[in-house]
Design a protein around this ligand. Structure first.
Ligand code: NAI
Length: 336
């Protein structure tokens, strides 16, 4: 009998429920049995529990260890901390993995992009330590720890080995941030000694940005502190066709949360026109993570075939098909 997985499902706000429904149906069609534990976070959670990350959602992720999360809306107003940053910190999801690889039939200026950003996900300015010195002076702290540097650099090398990649680059601004980024860079050099078969290189973040928009094919795995990773990974999503297609995984020592990169798109919510590819590709990462590699490949191949044919595409990809039609076309092409 095939295994049944318990996985927390946060279907989010805005377009979240529509794209989640499509992804759940595709996973069901490929034959992976999942007992989805549906929970709320974000604006709908606030309406129901007056809390954007309710305790019941935290408990569910603690129990299941794996979560698929659609985008959520951060309620407007003061005092609402980012739910995403909150979840990453609560579960110590220290590694944010963002692959960028060209997709069939998605025209972009470059045709040979295949790189992965490994972003440190818990430290840096995201530690949220800011002090008001006076009305016109703010002191914001960039927090970097040795332990944080070690584990993310090690993660990057391990990722390279597991995914048959040959090169890991470290990205910093160590010429200016001599202590904080200096420690990140030095730690990378120390960790690299344990991985003699992997080629390494060092690059400053400003130079990286320029090189990425000129010759992205030279990069493979890139590891960097939180803020640079946040910015550079969006740049890389742009290289392959935009945020609507980009996937991500947030991985810690005991839990993992898989989520699309784009937001809740309130402007198109409820119209059945959103592109579910970002969440679907995050779900493919999740299936690989739990060892369902065949199902993951089957869904990826079906998605790529639909993109390649170019007949049934959502509006953002230049087509006029609905989310449901796009989903049905993927299901038709699954090899099960
Ligand atoms: P957004 O990513 O939601 O939308 C930007 C533009 O891209 C819009 O025109 C939207 O229609 C389009 N778009 C986004 N995803 C799409 C998809 N799957 N298919 C087709 N078109 C798509 O960014 P925005 O408008 O800045 O943020 C809206 C809300 O989302 C805010 O409350 C923000 O805080 C939240 N947000 C949540 C994230 C998350 O939960 N991971 C990430 C980013 C923003």
């Amino acid at each position: 009998m095939s295994k049944i997985y318990d996985i927390t499902l946060i279907d989010g706000d805005g377009i979240g429920p529509e794209i989640t429904q499509a992804v759940v149906e595709i996973i069901d069609a490929v034959g992976v049995k999942i007992n989805w534990d549906k929970q709320l976070a974000g604006a709908r959670a606030y309406e129901r529990y007056q809390d954007t990350i309710p305790e019941v959602t935290i408990k569910s992720i603690e129990k299941n260890k794996i979560c698929l999360k659609a985008p959520i809306t951060t309620p407007i107003g003061t005092g609402f901390k980012s739910v995403n940053v909150g979840l990453r910190r609560h579960f110590d999801l220290y590694a944010n993995v963002r692959p960028s690889k060209n997709l069939p039939n998605v025209k972009t200026p470059f045709s040979n992009v295949d790189l992965v950003i490994i972003r440190e996900n818990t430290e840096d300015i995201y530690a949220g330590i800011e002090h008001k010195i006076d009305d016109e002076t703010i002191h914001g702290i960039k927090l970097i720890t040795k332990k944080g540097c070690e584990r993310i650099c090690d993660f990057a090398f391990q990722y390279a080995i597991k995914n048959n990649r040959t090169k890991v680059g470290v990205v910093t601004k160590a010429n200016i941030s001599k202590l904080a980024d200096g420690m990140f860079l030095n730690t990378f050099r120390e960790v690299a000694k344990n991985y003699q078969n992997i080629e390494t290189h060092e690059i400053l973040v400003d130079n990286l940005c320029m090189q990425l928009v000129q010759k992205p094919s030279q990069f493979d795995v890139l590891v960097m502190p939180n803020l640079y990773g946040d910015i550079v990974s969006d740049l890389c999503a742009g290289l392959i066709g935009g945020l609507g297609l980009a996937q991500s995984a947030n991985i810690g020592t005991s839990c993992a949360i898989f989520e699309a990169v784009h937001g809740s798109a309130p402007d198109i919510a409820g119209q059945n026109i959103a592109n579910p590819s970002g969440l679907l590709r995050s779900a493919i990462m999740m299936l690989n993570y739990i060892g369902e590699n065949n199902a993951a490949s089957s869904i990826e191949n079906a998605l790529f075939e639909v993109l390649k044919e170019g007949k049934i595409l959502t509006k953002d990809l230049g087509g006029n098909s609905t989310t449901s039609e796009f989903k049905e076309e993927i299901i038709k092409k699954l090899s099960v």
